[in-house]
Structures are given as C-alpha cells and as structure tokens.
Design a binder for this molecule. Structure first.
Ligand code: 5GP
Length: 126
C-alpha cells in the first residue's frame, strides 16, 4: 500500500491537527489516543512516512528502528506503567483492523488488561 500523506497522523506530524503530546525526539512522536481504551492509552509513531510495521520493519533505517523502540520503552516508563505492566500493540492491515495507515504502536496500561486477544466472532480465513 502506498503511503497516504493526508492520513490523520501525517497531519498531526505537520501540526495541522493538535495532539496531546507526551514525547518527541528527532525520529518519534508520542501522544494520547483520542479515544482511550484504557486509563493509559498512548500512540507512538515514527516521524518517517511508513504505512505499518510491515513497511517500517523493512524500510526504516537502523537509527529510526532503534529510536522507535527506545521511545516506546521511555514513554511507558514516563506514563508510570512500567512497574504495574502494560501491553503494546501494532495493527497491520485488514485482518487487524488497522484504521490509520501510518505505523503506530499502542501502549495500553493503568488497569488489568485481561486476555491478550478477545475471542473473535468471525471464523478464521480459509
Ligand atoms: P489502529 O486501529 O489504526 O491501530 O488505531 C488507530 C488509533 O488512532 C485509534 O485508537 C484511534 O482512537 C486513534 N485516533 C484516530 N484519530 C485520531 C486523532 O485525530 N488523534 C488521536 N490522538 N488519536 C486518533
């Protein structure tokens, strides 16, 4: 899939749409999800134009890859969930219901999170 430069996170990166920023460095931005699913629900995104983890893992530089993973850890620590626990999640593509086509990791925490994946109500793909 080609990168859509008008996706909502690209617009946040350009400052066209506000966000509640929690972290920023040369390669990474993190901000609160607009529709939090847990008491802590933060999105971490690379500043580069990558559609999803599929694109990011194949095409990002080593510097971008390292900066991103370090930022995820730093953001979780900064949000106060390192001691109590948290979950990270990245959706890629249709089966995962990826809504925003700019790579992002969700950090969920602040309460017990239950099962890793809810029981689906749709059969697996043939
Ligand atoms: P996905 O399903 O693509 O992994 O998740 C996209 C996430 O982006 C959703 O959790 C949604 O609430 C969040 N989101 C969508 N639009 C905005 C926005 O304009 N601002 C913020 N902060 N989050 C957004």
């Amino acid at each position: 899939m080609a990168y859509d430069p008008n996706n909502i996170f690209a617009r946040i990166l350009r400052g066209e749409i506000p966000c509640k920023k929690v972290f920023e460095d040369a390669h990474v931005l993190a901000f609160h999800d607009i529709n939090p699913q847990t008491p802590v629900h933060i999105l971490v995104i690379p500043k580069g134009a990558y559609v999803s983890l599929e694109d990011f893992s194949a095409n990002a530089s080593d510097v971008e890859l390292a900066a991103f993973l370090r930022a995820v850890g730093a953001v979780a620590r900064g949000a106060g969930v390192a001691a109590t626990g948290y979950r990270i999640l990245a959706n890629h593509g249709a089966d995962a219901n990826q809504e925003v086509p700019h790579f992002h990791v969700h950090i969920f925490g602040g309460r017990r999170l239950g099962r890793m994946i809810a029981r689906g109500d749709t059969p697996p793909q043939a």
